[in-house]
Write a protein that binds this ligand. Structure first.
Ligand SMILES: C[S@@+](CC[C@H](N)C(=O)[O-])C[C@H]1O[C@@H](n2cnc3c(N)ncnc32)[C@H](O)[C@@H]1O
Length: 258
């Protein structure tokens, strides 16, 4: 079984204008009161979450491990008539960005959990190297603490109707003894109530507690650490009830890092 990110066209199937608009609103809420004109997303994928920032006057750059996802991002950016600088890179080492720095460096789409907990800290260090003094570091993540407390296994989603075809998605999550998780994702494509195509993907995650990342940001000298729901325009609820959260933190103006 392969990774969904080698099949970017399937990953993007459920995209629509409503989602795009929700993400645009999310960034508008996150950026409020902050001077943000340039952004680097180190897990930009096909750009679903971050392409809308280009409509807010922000110059977007992005990197990702998957060349397929980056290709789709490029296509989607061209279709919108915007330019995004894209590079292929593992976020644990962001040397591809040289000494460039940005007003905000982000990891979007629940991507930090792809690496083990020690590497989450290392990735935050790497991201920090590209945040300008007084800039921001941002990530969003599923609430792994809630997931591990509830151990829910099956997730179903509303189907997508595409002409005569219907696409169904079901996820089944495995909780491994070593603390890692596997999201098994099944897509079925059907017409006239018959399945004519099935695609199964396996995504491997390393749950991490929010405190691990927040403590690392504090150690790196970040202040004004805000934890919000994702998307951030949703009504605020206690952290324990959040399915998905965002963290945004401010780097010291006096930081000596690049
Ligand atoms: C759920 S997708 C999110 C993509 C995009 N941010 C979005 O929200 O649509 C997770 C992304 O993380 C990327 N990824 C996983 N491990 C990575 C790593 N070590 N370095 C950089 N990107 C990684 C995958 O290739 C994939 O594009």
């Amino acid at each position: 079984m392969g990774s969904l990110y080698s099949r970017a066209e399937i990953y993007d199937l459920f995209e629509n204008e409503q989602r795009y608009e929700a993400y645009r609103k999310h960034w508008e809420t996150i950026f409020e009161g902050k001077d943000i004109r340039s952004m680097l997303d180190v897990s930009i994928g096909s750009g679903s979450v971050t392409l809308p920032v280009t409509e807010l006057g922000v110059k977007l750059s992005g990197s990702d491990l998957s060349s397929e996802m980056l290709k789709n991002c490029e296509k989607k950016a061209s279709a919108k008539g915007v330019h995004v600088t894209l590079k292929q890179s593992d976020f644990r080492s962001l040397d591809c960005w040289g000494d460039e720095n940005f007003d905000i460096v982000a990891s979007t789409g629940n991507s930090l959990g792809y690496v083990d907990n020690a590497d989450v800290e290392r990735t935050l260090e790497e991201m920090n190297r590209h945040v300008r003094p007084g800039g921001y570091l941002y990530f969003d993540s599923r609430n792994w603490e809630k997931i591990l407390a509830e151990h829910q296994r099956f997730y179903t989603y509303n189907p997508l109707f595409d002409g005569d075809n219907r696409v169904n998605v079901v996820q089944c999550w495995d909780y491994n003894d070593d603390g890692t998780m596997v999201f098994n994702i099944l897509y079925t494509f059907e017409r006239d109530n018959r399945i004519f195509q099935r695609e199964i993907f396996e995504e491997h995650y390393n749950p991490f507690p929010k405190a691990l990342a927040v403590d690392k940001l504090k150690a790196l000298g970040y202040t004004d650490i805000e934890v919000k729901c994702f998307p951030s325009q949703f009504p605020a609820v206690e952290f324990e009830k959040l399915e998905w959260y965002t963290v945004i933190a401010k780097k010291s103006e006096k930081s000596l890092d690049r």
